[in-house]
Design a protein around this ligand. Sequence first.
Ligand code: NAD
Length: 256
Amino acid sequence: MRLKNKVALISGGANGVKNELMGFGGACAWKFVQEGAKVVIADIDTVNGQKTVDQIKEEKGQVEFIKLDVTKDSDWKAAVNFAVHTFDQLDILVNCAGTASVERVEETTEDIWDAQMDVHAKGAFLGTQAVIPIMIKQGQGSIIHLSSINGLIGSQSSTAYHAAKGAVRLLAKNTAMQYAKDGIRVNSVHPGYADTPLTKPLFADEDALALRLNKVPLGRVGTADEIANGIIYLASDESSFVTGSELVIDGGMTAQ
Ligand SMILES: NC(=O)c1ccc[n+]([C@@H]2O[C@H](COP(=O)([O-])OP(=O)(O)OC[C@H]3O[C@@H](n4cnc5c(N)ncnc54)[C@H](O)[C@@H]3O)[C@@H](O)[C@H]2O)c1
């Protein structure tokens, strides 16, 4: 029960349907509940979000769903109010919402750039802004942003995604500096290649997957559970001296 008496809001947590490939947020929702937390899943995908919530409730988990478009300030305010109204407090924000972009610099249109910046950088910023007043009032909180190895290093593609994930990394550090005195910890997580609904189409091409795996010392892609395990650590009091840090979970890829 590492998250006993804690309430978590998980953006991008809709992909947690049993016996289907789960995303990081979906895997977190299940694990958080098992660790004693009450959870609000917030996602633009209402179908999978509601299905995940129904299934977790069947196993007696305390969980609710609310629709959230992370690019909209009013949605964030509503989601945070809903979490506090439903479960009386809000201790943890896990910001998992995201989409992929693969284009190189010359192929990246202004629309692609804006969409990536909106969902990752602006989404993380608006979420942070929405939870900070409540966490200040409570005197504690843990904010966890999903960046990526692509927020640490460059590659041959995915220009706007890299830039947006880099922004998320520094947003976490900057927020950590501003609110350490209020007992709020803010960290970023940097997964490497992991099997989720987001990457399924990218990994379907076996040659492209083999090229990726060549770069991973552990020689395989990660699972959503392996990323969720790191997120639980940052969400729990076990990480009480950890803020402004980067948790890299990438099979060793960025160590070389
Ligand atoms: N899978 C990987 O290899 C990998 C690696 C590094 C980082 N990441 C990042 O981890 C996070 C989670 O991704 P995942 O791989 O678990 O995939 P996922 O598809 O399960 O998660 C993304 C979720 O974000 C939701 N979403 C998309 N746009 C949204 C919006 N505007 N508002 C609210 N929700 C929205 C989707 O509906 C989906 O449920 C993403 O930020 C992704 O960029 C993934």
